[in-house]
Design a protein around this ligand. Sequence first.
Ligand code: DGL
Length: 269
Amino acid sequence: MKSKPQTTNTDPIAIFDSGVGGLSIAQCINHHLPNENLLYVADTLHAPYGDKTAEFIQQRVNEIAYWFIERNAKAIVVACNTATVNAIDQLRKNISIPVIGVEPAIKPAVNLSKNKKVAILVTKATAENQRFLTLVAQYSHNSEVIIQPCPGLVELIEQDKKNSPECELLLSKYLQPLLDKGVDTFVLGCTHYPLVKGIINKICGANVIIMETALPVTEQLQRQLALHNLINPSDKIGTTRFYSSKHSDMQQALFTHIWQQSLQLNSYP
Ligand code: DGL
């Protein structure tokens, strides 16, 4: 059943992820569309999505999307690769507002790779998803594209251990064999991974290209808003409201640290 929400251009843009990963997208949206009001939901109670089934992820995505619609969201950004590949098609069938997902930048990566060796870092649920595998096959062309699942990484980021030796060790375990094979271009296929880009850069060195998706997602959102006459005409700075399904002091501190501004974390639902 398609809902028919009555939204206006001053209504908020809704953004969600299994946790803090989607903040890497929300920051970019906030920077490029500063007059928009944003709602951000982290489904931390159910993170990581990467080790869940497609059915479970679809159920979570539906529930969160309807909560957004009740709050008059004018567009939804699925700021999570795992949720995008597992649930965006059914979500678009069920709701009538624009839904923007994240897709890894495979095509530009293949074009940029000198060695024609690209690695995509993803969650386990993304690595096993048929929609994702089809996308990889479609854009690989004459390059070797290696899919590298990174279990454990999202958990460390959610526990605010992204600067720990443990995190660097885990990343080295995933990245070093790829570097040894001559991979010169890495695609971050999980929105949590830009939060550890500093460590990835350190391990990979200056000659390796790291591709992110926050800007293309923001540009796609901008196009969709313009197409539906939904750009907020206000010249005032918009508000951003943050929600988590596992509200705690630690979560509050983690959000504040990543957002780099004081904020109030609310309980979802
Ligand atoms: N940030 C998410 C993604 O882009 C989800 C990670 C997870 O919860 O496993 O895939």
